[in-house]
Ligand binder design. Sequence first.
Ligand code: ZN
Length: 217
Amino acid sequence: MNQETAVVVFSGGQDSTTCLCWAKQRYDRVEALTFDYGQRHGEEMNCARRIAEKLKVPHRILDLGLLNQLVPSALTRQDILVQAGEKGQLPSTFVDGRNHIFLSFAAIYAKQVGARRIVSGVCQTDFSGYPDCRDVFIKSLNVTLNLAMDFEFVLETPLMWLNKEQTWALADDLGCFDFVRKETLTCYNGVMGDGCGECPACQLRNRGLQAYLQHRP
Ligand code: ZN
């Protein structure tokens, strides 16, 4: 076990919960950090709280309502429909710069608690076109944050090159497959676990899950 503190950017969804389990196996002390920017479903906050409690991880929720004022999207506004992006276009759930902002605030918090490690579930593989999920951006931001705060942060992205099937496999390797499947919320309609089955987030999640279940050892 690495004698370090890690801060995990945590939404209560499949990806960040898998990252939380991943960090717990690696680091002596782990904290979860959730950003509240007026998500469609308050249920997302409750879900994040519940998971952190069950995993016995200290949990902070920070208010980032400003993001919603700047960039209304389907994630924060009931009157915008959740839609997958047409060819070459970003989906209506896109919030410009969200990961950039989250990671920057996470770094400020991390430095205060003496944590060099910042863990995020961003992923380039199932790429919806979010530029600040790309590996090249994460590497660039890592350098920027280190210069901005004169601190040796290490941004860690264990899911960066995994597809959804491989993310389920990772959860299984970590011994948290059932926990992630039952306790997390990915669905845009606020349905826990396997979700509503209809929205783009559920479809992506369930495709990966079914693929993994077929080959599960
Ligand atoms: Zn759904």
